[in-house]
Design a protein around this ligand. Structure first.
Ligand code: GLA
Length: 649
């Protein structure tokens, strides 16, 4: 048989095999969440192509906020040049409201602190003059509300002079029962561009509680129980935020809004936030100390596959300007800012900018660091080396050719860190150039370079060198191009990998600093879902995607790659060693390649798919659907997109 005939025969066999797989996979069954969608399913609502930047009133003033303070911050943003760098959102947090007016339920602004809102007439008050001022300055305006009936200040700031006042109903300033009315008021009448929707109303106003009785609130059986994911009604919480998203789409058909979900990492929001909002808090409130910063950073840092253009992990507003991040702590300030930049966190400054030291403005105004956060490709940094002492994090910039790298000393003692070209997925044998984004100095090395980091220091570099894949990218290098449609998790498991700070509010009076945020076991870049090395039958992979069986990933092929290759199999770390799984690759809904059933201990199976001309590539792992065994851990080893089709397949 000549080579041409062999190749025709091979293709024929492959086609027959794929047909039978397609039948087996039940492609087309509408209820099957693993069936390829053939179109991008990531949330396209709202406009946050890059992480939102600007200022928020909360860490600066809590409820002691007023118009002068906010407009003063806005003025500094403009005059300092920060607005020109992208810091354009000026976000009012809790404390602005007076009451929900009886009769028509229209919200009223506390004009004692926002005098321009005293517009009179039938509406009583209006924030329109305030947002007009911000817009005239070239800025955008954000407002705050709660998804329940009552806001967080009504539970936690009871001594504030700026709490809503009046009857029980008048003090119900949250969205519950008023979603369409309030969203229309905020976005159509008042002209806001951004809304942060808090969640205390679903968590802290239990019927019969001391708070509810003393303050004469209407109780709401908690949908979020802070200490228990199993006693949290995840679907109900998500449903309420979905209703807000729908109201926003109706109020702003041009899609010019930002929805910030503030459920503090509860209710499994770290998994579904991307489907509903543009950013979602991944943890509790940041406080101005190092370990709180670590906690909040960790809550977002291992979730790169869940974020991308239009949807961002939110480890909370910056605490730069206060206590352990004030101007007397320049190392900590630069670390906090560098880390937020690397994980594509929103850069929302929150100190009194009117009285802030110039040194802090210089940090916030580091255009190189801002640019890496705002890189349009939206690839969140991926942890390349992980420990409780030091971490190395690498973020792909733009088209995949350039990288940023952060070397981070988490601890209070100096630490030696060796950066390998391999951490950057760059060649060991070609020079790598690092440009320090703080000192602006340059160093070049081949293979590896040793550093000593001062306590709490982060070194931040732009790196260039010869990439391991000169003609393509590993999928783990481009998390912003991936949409985790189904991650295979069957229960919301609590993430044990987040720094457990002493709770700043209860200190050691609470039981302990327990893991509290679901999302453990989801899709991961370069590790298994549980943080282990990717490994199939003894073969380890530095690069790849770790996921559970019964999962579906979508990858945008906007760069027009020609070929996808991977070495796939059941990961050696799987607890469930008994059930085989199959791997499938689809292009715009059509099956392109599939593995046979592969089982624990089986050698990696080499998958190749011709993806030329396909925009949405889908990677599916199917296993037995069972509730009685843990899901199989599946590894897409070395999964990569390559520009050239191989000449001799
Ligand atoms: C919660 C939020 C904070 C802030 C306050 C306002 O704690 O997480 O970011 O908005 O409420 O009361």
């Amino acid at each position: 048989m000549n080579a041409r005939m062999q190749s025709i025969l091979r293709r024929g066999i492959a086609a027959a095999a794929l047909t039978s797989i397609a039948a087996h996979a039940g492609a087309g069954a509408p209820a099957d969440p693993l069936a390829p969608a053939g179109r991008w399913q990531g949330n396209t609502g709202g406009s946050a192509a890059t992480p939102p930047m600007g200022w928020n009133s909360w860490n600066a003033f809590r409820t002691d906020v007023d118009e002068d303070k906010v407009l003063g911050a806005a003025r500094v943003l403009v005059d300092s040049g920060l607005a020109g760098l992208g810091y354009v959102y000026v976000n009012l947090d809790d404390g602005w409201w007076l009451k929900r007016r009886a009769g028509d339920s229209r919200l009223q602004v506390r004009t004692g602190i926002f005098p321009s809102a005293a517009t009179g007439g039938p509406d009583g008050t209006s924030f329109r003059p305030f947002t007009d001022k911000l817009h005239a300055m070239g800025l955008k305006a954000g407002i705050y509300t709660d998804i329940g009936r009552n806001a967080c200040s009504q539970a936690y700031d009871l001594h504030s002079p700026n709490l809503p006042q009046g009857t029980t109903a008048e003090r119900e300033v949250g969205l519950d029962g008023h979603v369409a009315q309030d969203i229309s008021l905020y976005f159509k009448d008042w002209g806001f561009d951004y809304i942060k929707v808090d969640a205390c109303g679903l968590a802290d106003f239990a019927p019969g509680s001391d708070l509810v009785q003393r303050q004469h609130y209407r109780g709401l059986a908690p949908l979020i129980e802070r200490g228990s994911i199993n006693r949290t009604d995840i679907a109900a919480v998500r449903g309420r935020y979905e209703a807000v998203a729908a109201a926003l789409r109706a109020a702003r058909p041009a899609n010019d809004y930002v929805l910030s979900i503030c459920a503090w990492g509860m209710a499994n929001v770290r998994t579904w936030g991307k489907e509903v909002g543009n950013l979602w808090r991944t943890s509790s409130d940041i406080t101005p100390n190092w370990t709180s910063m670590l906690h909040n950073f960790d809550s977002a840092a291992k979730r790169p596959l869940y974020a991308g253009p239009g949807h961002w992990n939110d480890p909370d507003i910056l605490h730069i300007g206060h206590e352990e991040f004030d101007a007397a702590h320049p190392v900590e300030v630069r670390s906090h800012f560098s880390l937020w930049a690397m994980i594509n966190a929103p850069l929302l400054v929150s100190y009194d900018l009117r009285n802030g030291p110039a040194a802090l403005l210089a940090v916030l105004g580091n255009a190189d660091v801002v640019a890496l956060n705002q890189d349009k490709a939206g690839h969140q940094g991926v942890v390349a080396y992980d420990s409780d002492d030091a971490q190395i994090m690498v973020k792909t910039l733009g088209d995949g050719q350039r990288k940023a790298v952060a070397l981070f000393n988490r601890g209070a003692a100096p630490v030696a860190v060796t950066l390998l070209a391999r951490h950057l997925k760059m060649s060991d044998s070609a020079p790598v150039t690092l440009r320090d984004l703080w000192s602006k100095t340059t160093v070049t090395f081949t293979g590896e370079q040793a550093f000593t980091l001062a306590p709490h220091e982060t070194r931040l570099f732009a790196a260039s060198g010869r990439r391991q894949l000169e003609d393509g990218v590993y999928l783990s290098e481009i998390p912003g191009a991936i949409h985790v449609a189904v991650d295979g998790t069957r229960q919301a498991l609590l993430d044990p990998g987040i720094h457990r700070m002493i709770d700043p509010w209860s200190n050691t009076r609470s039981g302990s600093a327990r893991p509290q945020y679901a999302g453990w076991g989801g899709a991961q870049a370069d590790t298994t879902p549980f943080g282990q090395t990717l490994q199939i039958a003894g073969q380890a992979f530095d690069s790849g995607i770790g996921i559970l069986a019964n999962s579906r990933l979508q990858v945008r092929n906007s760069a027009g790659y020609a070929r996808l290759t991977a070495s796939v199999g059941v990961d050696d770390s799987t607890v469930n060693t008994r059930q085989p799984v199959r791997f499938y690759v689809y292009g715009d809904g059509a099956l392109l390649a599939a593995s046979p059933p592969v089982a624990f201990g089986g050698k990696p199976f080499r998958l190749q798919a011709d993806i030329r001309g396909h925009d949405v590539i889908e990677l599916v792992v199917r296993g037995a659907a069972s509730d009685t065994t843990p899901p199989v851990v599946a590894t897409w080893g070395d999964v990569q997109l390559v520009r050239q089709q191989r000449k001799n397949p």
